[in-house]
Design a protein around this ligand. Structure first.
Ligand SMILES: Nc1ncnc2c1ncn2[C@@H]1O[C@H](COP(=O)(O)OP(=O)(O)OP(=O)(O)O)[C@@H](O)[C@H]1O
Ligand SMILES: O=P(O)(O)OC[C@H]1O[C@H](OP(=O)(O)OP(=O)(O)O)[C@H](O)[C@@H]1O
Ligand SMILES: O=C(O)c1cccnc1
Length: 486
């Protein structure tokens, strides 16, 4: 199977990762494992959740991680690192353990999406590449879901490649958009690599090349009698484009026993034009001819077009999807949460002026708590050795209101992390992309409250803590206060 990345991505890192690695090599016990969590702090666009994506590429990267002779030569040329370290680096492989939420999981701020447990240097060196991949794909998957939701069951196609922030963003963006629910992509490589259905219409250049619009449509329909979607806005939609499309349907396709598949509108008032075009097509008996619209669409324009009664069967969405234009930073971070010495595990916490930025320390488990009808009621952090029994009365702590005594009962708890890499070896086969997409839809349909899915002031999903975990965090906070002062 063709691969996107035959590149060695091991050097995709910020310089400080390597600088710290060289420093650790000389000052620390580099074989002692440490734990880092990947998490994010705020849902994009003020939404109620995000979609976790990019895991497969993270795992591929970790498996392939190595530094070749050219990498070592380049690092040597920086005159920052000593020869012993560079020699050690030449034999470097990732030997750690990776647990994560399955790709496509609906996720919330401050919970661990991925946990890396690995020898110090290994865990440090992989920060940038892991974050780049997860931040990008989770952002686009989440944006795609909003657009798909606004389209209310109508097909959405990713048209974004040409406006993406270069080619990786186009191809992995298409993958993420498909996870988020778009039906197809115009990006051919994404179709080839990931098996995403591809779709497309025609460009204005096709219409402009021929002497007149009718001739352009006629040639296209003759070559693609089953799939022709004619772009009707090059000259004038209602006086030229739609009439010429109807003429082609009658004069070219009908004699072949074929029907015109569709027209595309790409400028002007898309609600008005789609309604007028629909009326004209219906009057000509072309009731099955679909209307596709495009032109700087996003979830808000799509919602507005449908509110205006636009007669639209599908949407092509490019720049605002592939760049997540309205809120283009996912903000995922990678934080040290524990340092291990032999059997002892020392949890680590990062303090901050703002309460939300104080990290959740230590090794932990993340559970999703479902009520009796299967809705996800909250998520719960516990210590790794806890197994919450939420069938009977289980008292937990809401860290935002720790004085409240709340409990779960008649609930079930599902641990959200699975182990994907154990001591450097892949221990889990990954689902097909279509299954990841179906998993997203299944959660949104059956588990996630509709109140969390609305765009305006969505319901806040709680991240609660077991009493033991909360106490550990508070103790650590008390101990750590003052440690940073000189
Ligand atoms: N009826 C509508 N309601 C809300 N937004 C719309 C409507 N029709 C089009 N839009 C959106 O308005 C934005 C700009 O459209 P506008 O008509 O100003 O430019 P345009 O059609 O791209 O012009 P050009 O002819 O230069 O292509 C686009 O994002 C488009 O999706
Ligand atoms: O607006 P977006 O959401 O990004 O959707 C993609 C856009 O790309 C194409 O335009 P472009 O002007 O690049 O080419 P064209 O001549 O085929 O219209 C297409 O017609 C859309 O307008
Ligand atoms: O197929 C299309 O209509 C298409 C594809 C990419 C960008 N704009 C339009």
């Amino acid at each position: 199977m063709k691969q996107m990345d035959t590149r060695n991505l091991s050097m995709v890192m910020d310089l400080y990762e390597m600088t710290m690695a060289n420093g650790y090599f000389h000052t620390a016990d580099i074989y002692d494992p440490v734990t880092f969590d990947v998490f994010y702090r705020k849902n994009p666009d003020g939404g109620g959740f995000a979609i976790f994506a990019g895991l497969e590429q993270v795992l591929d990267y970790l498996e392939g991680l190595h530094f070749g002779p050219e990498d070592i030569d380049y690092l040597r040329s920086l005159r920052l690192y000593d020869e012993k370290f560079l020699e050690w680096l030449a034999h470097f492989r990732f030997t750690g353990t990776v647990t994560a939420m399955p790709e496509g999981t609906i996720v919330y701020p401050n919970e661990p999406l991925v946990t890396i447990n690995a020898p110090l240097i290994e865990a440090q060196l992989v920060e940038t590449a892991i974050l780049a991949q997860i931040n990008h794909q989770s952002l686009i998957a989440t944006k795609a879901r909003r657009i798909v939701q606004a389209a209310k069951g109508r097909a959405v196609s990713d048209f974004g490649a040409r406006r993406a922030h270069n080619m990786d963003a186009a191809v992995y963006g298409a993958r993420a958009a498909y996870i988020g629910g778009v039906n197809s992509t115009a990006t051919v490589l994404a179709g080839q690599l990931f098996g995403i259905p591809v779709s497309g219409t025609m460009a204005h250049s096709w219409v402009m090349y021929f002497d007149d619009e009718y001739t352009a449509f006629k040639h296209f329909a003759e070559i693609y009698p089953d799939q022709a979607v004619l772009l009707v806005d090059t000259y004038n939609v209602l006086t030229s484009g739609v009439p010429n499309a109807i003429r082609v349907a009658k004069e070219v396709l009908e004699p072949m026993g074929k029907r015109l598949a569709g027209i595309r509108l790409d400028s002007g008032d898309l609600a008005y034009l789609s309604k007028e075009a629909r009326r004209m097509l219906d009057d000509a008996g072309l009731t099955d001819c679909r209307i596709v619209v495009s032109n700087s669409l996003d979830e808000y324009t799509i919602r507005s077009l449908l509110d205006q009664g636009g007669c639209i069967d599908s949407f092509g969405v490019g720049e605002r999807l592939i760049t997540a234009k309205s809120d283009p930073v996912f903000g995922g971070v990678y934080k040290l949460t524990a340092v291990h010495h032999g059997q002892a595990c020392r949890p680590k916490i990062k303090l901050s002026e703002s309460f939300e930025k104080i990290t959740n320390p230590g090794r932990k488990k993340i559970w999703r708590i479902y009520d009796a009808i299967g809705h996800a009621r909250a998520d719960l952090l516990t210590n790794p050795d806890e197994k919450p029994d939420v069938r009977t009365e289980y008292v937990f702590v809401d860290p935002e209101k720790p004085w409240k005594r709340s409990h779960f009962s008649h609930c079930t708890a599902k641990e959200l992390h699975q182990t994907y890499i154990q001591q450097g070896k892949r221990v889990q086969t990954l689902p097909a992309l279509s299954d990841i997409r179906a998993y997203v839809q299944d959660q949104l349909r059956h588990e996630i409250w509709p109140e969390e899915q609305r765009f305006e002031n969505p319901h806040h999903h709680y991240l609660d803590m077991s009493p033991a975990y909360y106490e550990m965090k508070m103790n650590l906070l008390r101990q750590t206060r003052g440690q940073g002062s000189l």
